[in-house]
Design a protein around this ligand. Sequence first.
Ligand SMILES: [Zn+2]
Length: 237
Amino acid sequence: MSKRCLSSTETIQLLLKKLPMKLSIQELGEISGLHRNTVRSVLKHLNEQNGVNQTGDLRTRNYYHDTYGDWFRRISAASKSSNIAKSIGYNLVHENIATILGNECPNPGLKNDTELLSKFISITYPFIEINYSDEGKPSVSTEITVTETSPSNSRFVVRISKCLCSGDPKHNLSCSLVSGGISAIFDYVFDSNSMVKKHSSFKNESSQYCEFEVKLKGLLKHNEEIKATIQPNLDEI
Ligand SMILES: [Zn+2]
């Protein structure tokens, strides 16, 4: 039986689909093992209809298939369940924060200042959209605002505009990934066991957001094992 090999076009498409970053012709050549001229001629025939986008001018041209947000949407879809998506979102953000900042909150004032807290979440929250200008310059279009709705510092509303789900019901599991990530950030700042639920979503032609309700449930003292085991029991969104 003859073995079917990947064509150059299929190889390039699979690589672009697999990696969430933009790649130049040279980089695609190095990763695929294909000659640069082969990569160049393949890319001539791939365009937005095939899901392949490009940025930059002739000298700085880069190619990508999915956007950064698409990559996280695919992780959410692959998780198949809300609790697993939440758990992945939680652990991803928790790991990032703990690795870079350690276990102590870097600024205790975050707890009492929703503006500072919004900024901190914006910096640590990874499920963003990155857009590219015609020159290939990246910019982030995700905005995050936090409002506190209880005087006892125990209930917050986090608005993500725009949310990873883009307001599309078929990306509902993306909101679970997001709520897991938000939970990890609040646990870190407040040293607590937070419960996060999506409570509303809004969409019109020019804007989209989802709002998440955060409830803080008592202190949780840096116990990784407890954090890992409580995640599958978080409320369904
Ligand atoms: Zn959403």
